[in-house]
Design a protein around this ligand. Structure first.
Ligand code: ZN
Length: 734
């Protein structure tokens, strides 16, 4: 590996451009990159806030090639370091990792190379830096500057706090001299930004902040209701496009990946519990377009750079806006289509609250605060982009027109009086309280806090009752924040104070339009009612009639009882979802591959004709094929029956009773899989008795066991009937 030749310091602009082209292959800088690099080159402390995908790493990688010495890059994730070092290696840059994964020999080699000045960038984890040994060798080396990547890890107010990051300042001091620092992060609220600068003692740093606005991303939040169907519908609507689906648990990841697979989506799971090789294979398959959708825990996506991810779905609510922003940020990196869909339910938030139950108080409070912001975002009907940008300290004066709330506006109302009241309440409570408290004062509620501060004696006390409830006031107060009438108190989390604009509004109020929040519970109820209505209207009665008639004819031809072909619920489902291919037909419950092949053709043909005659649109009807019948125990049972294992042995080897085993077998059989249990039947039921039962099912109008018991009298046990029925269904119906 040849290293890039050093240039004279300071490098003129033309040389920077030359290096940019020669090493990284880019013709020009993007956004603030060049200004940042100049600042680093001049030896100043630099603070870079740049969203993912905007070219953050280049801000320290390029100067590291031009300034003499080795640049120390502090990074929290070993996998991320490795990735970057590999990429730099591919550009011909000598970059090395120095962390606990190295052997003693490797460590010594890296040390030697750094001391000799051969290494341009040295990636280290903060823990390694605290070791005396490391400090000692770094003191012998020439350090050009220190880059702190993912600098938000410093702040306990951020979403990814790493205690060891708080020691970085001390470590840099130990390195002696005046080593310049460049801190970089893709997520920082104003509070986190302040915290980072304080902790690193770089209040003097030049701050370069790139807008967080990703104009090509479409943000959307939907109620978490009928989610699997919505999900499949959505993914199929983006057929062949790359997408990431984030779930909170590994179990959910597996479940959703399987659900998508059985519904013909090329999907693979990704989570930390998978074998490393499987994980790498799945990630590669995604990058190489051998699979379209990755279902993952948030472990996925860091450090991968796939430009054409077209959708990012949050199946579960994220833990923080920062996380949400980062994850959605992986969509549409090429500036083209990028859809961000979140399924939201307040239950998810409660679940997440529980996770932090046993954490230390500060951490728990912080997690709570982050979740509260997440809830606000999801439930608010204000432009999503305005909210996101406001969260990161950017003000947008108008709505974006490109999010669900802009496209499908909720009810609006004239808010001059409400805003006036909310602001006066903030002033009268002396801007020392959070939104909930101010809301309670407006509603005239009583609690120890309100009493001890005598807030029940304020002029605004109870004045808001006539306008709305607690949710209403919470929403109005949040919109006061978004509109800049109130500001978050950066030193005390959760507290708000008045802005100039707010004080002006109290003096000279003017009309202002506010938006009512989403009420997802109510929206969900309305949805459910609609579905029920549709279900009550039910299937297509005319088609159902035709299919029943057809069933009778075909059964007659084949000399079989009609129920053997398809049972009524299956016909009704066909008359609801209109399957027009044998493949679609297998998605109907009660219809397996075997049954579709054996009896499906005339039914599919009839439905096709019907659909054409009546101009029926079927594309939007998505049938969710359940993944349940692939469960491990069923596969095990099928395998053991193939091996002719006695049923009792199968039951005992799985630790289940015979009754349960029979149910599983019947379930397998009724979902269309053929099972040959002749070896077992032969032992259990005499042949002529088998024949008698078999003949009965052949002529009966139903396969119901209770009816069979009545018809056949007391001569047969229920077990015998059920066993023969399995044989019958397997042979005749599947
Ligand atoms: Zn919008």
């Amino acid at each position: 590996m040849s290293s890039v030749a050093l240039q004279e310091f300071p490098a003129p602009v033309a040389d920077l451009k030359h290096t940019l082209k020669e090493v990284f292959g880019y013709g020009q800088f993007r956004g603030t990159q060049e200004a940042v690099i100049q600042n680093v080159m001049a030896g100043h402390n630099t603070f870079v806030i740049m969203p993912t995908g905007a070219g953050k790493s280049l801000c320290y990688q390029l100067p590291a090639l031009v300034i003499p010495g080795t640049a120390i890059v502090i990074s929290p994730l070993i996998a991320l370091m490795k990735n970057q070092v590999d990429q730099l290696g591919a550009f011909g840059v000598n970059a090395q990792v120095y962390n606990s994964t190295l052997t003693k020999t490797e460590m010594n080699r890296v040390k030697k190379d750094v001391i000799n000045g051969d290494v341009r960038l040295l990636y280290v984890a903060p823990e390694s830096l605290t070791k005396d040994d490391t400090i000692e060798f770094l003191l012998k080396s020439t350090i050009s500057f220190v880059a702190i990547d993912e600098a938000h890890c410093i702040s306990e107010w951020g979403h990814d706090f790493r205690p060891e990051y708080r020691k970085i300042r001390g470590i840099i001091d130990n390195l002696g001299g005046n080593v310049p620092i460049i801190a970089l992060t893709a997520t920082a609220t104003p509070k986190v930004q302040l915290d980072i600068q304080k902790n690193l003692q770089m209040d003097d740093a030049s701050v370069f902040k790139t807008s967080f606005n990703r104009t090509n991303l479409y943000y959307e939040v939907r109620a978490k209701h009928n989610t699997k169907k919505q999900l499949i519908q959505y993914v199929k609507g983006h057929k062949g496009k790359a997408g990431i689906i984030y779930c909170l648990s590994r179990k959910k990841v597996e479940e959703i990946a399987e659900l998508l697979r059985v519904n013909d989506v090329r999907a693979r799971p990704y989570h930390a519990g998978l074998d490393q090789q499987v994980r790498i294979d799945n990630q590669d398959a995604f990058l190489n377009e051998d699979c379209d959708v990755i279902v993952a825990t948030i472990a996925f996506g860091m450090g991968i750079d796939k430009p054409d991810v077209r959708f990012v779905i949050h199946y579960d609510a994220p833990k923080s806006i920062e996380g949400y922003y980062q994850e959605t940020g992986r969509g549409g990196r090429d500036g083209l289509e990028g859809n961000c869909l979140m399924f939201y339910s307040y239950d998810d938030i409660l679940k997440l609250e529980k996770f932090s139950k046993d954490k230390p108080v500060t951490e728990r409070d912080n997690a709570h605060q982050l979740l509260a912001e997440m809830t606000n975002y999801a439930e608010s009907a204000v432009c999503r982009r305005r909210q996101l940008l406001h969260y990161f300290g950017e003000v947008m004066d108008t709505d974006c027109g490109f999010c669900d709330n802009c496209r499908h506006p909720k009810e609006r109302f004239e808010g001059e009086a409400a805003v006036g009241l909310a602001l006066r309440a903030t002033v009268q409570t002396e801007a020392r309280f959070n939104l909930t408290h101010i809301g309670q004062v407006l509603l005239g509620l009583s609690n120890p806090h309100i009493e001890s501060y005598a807030h029940n004696a304020l002029p605004v006390y109870g004045q808001g009752k006539a306008l709305g409830d607690a949710q209403f006031w919470h929403s109005v107060l949040r919109q006061c924040l978004l509109n800049g009438f109130l500001e978050k108190d950066i030193d005390s989390i959760g507290l708000v104070r008045m802005s100039e604009k707010g004080l002006d509004f109290i003096e000279r109020p003017y009309p202002i339009t506010l938006t009512k929040d989403h009420n997802f519970d109510a929206e969900q109820r309305a949805d459910e009612e609609k579905v029920e209505e549709m279900q009550a209207a039910g299937h297509d009665e005319a088609l159902f009639g035709q299919l029943k008639e057809l069933r009778k004819q075909v059964a007659k031809q084949k000399n079989l009882p009609p129920y053997v072909l398809f049972q009524d619920p299956s016909l009704k489902e066909m008359a609801t979802t209109y399957p027009t291919t044998l493949h679609d037909l297998t998605h109907v419950s009660g219809v397996g591959q075997g049954k579709a092949q054996k009896f499906g053709a005339p039914f599919v043909a009839a439905i096709k004709q019907y659909v054409e005659d009546h101009d029926i649109e079927t594309a939007e009807d998505v049938v969710v094929k359940s993944a349940v019948n692939r469960s491990k125990i069923k596969i095990y049972i099928i395998q053991q029956i193939d091996k002719k294992m006695m049923l009792e042995d199968i039951a005992s080897s799985k630790g289940i009773g015979m009754a349960e085993l029979m149910e599983e077998i019947e379930h397998i059989c009724y979902s269309g899989t053929r099972l040959n249990i002749d070896y077992y039947l032969g032992e259990m039921v005499e042949e002529d008795r088998q024949e008698e039962i078999y003949d009965y099912f052949m002529s009966a109008s139903t396969d119901n066991i209770a009816v069979a018991m009545q018809e056949l009298g007391d001569d047969f046990t229920e077990e015998e009937l059920r066993l023969v029925r399995i044989k019958f269904i397997s042979e005749v119906a599947n």
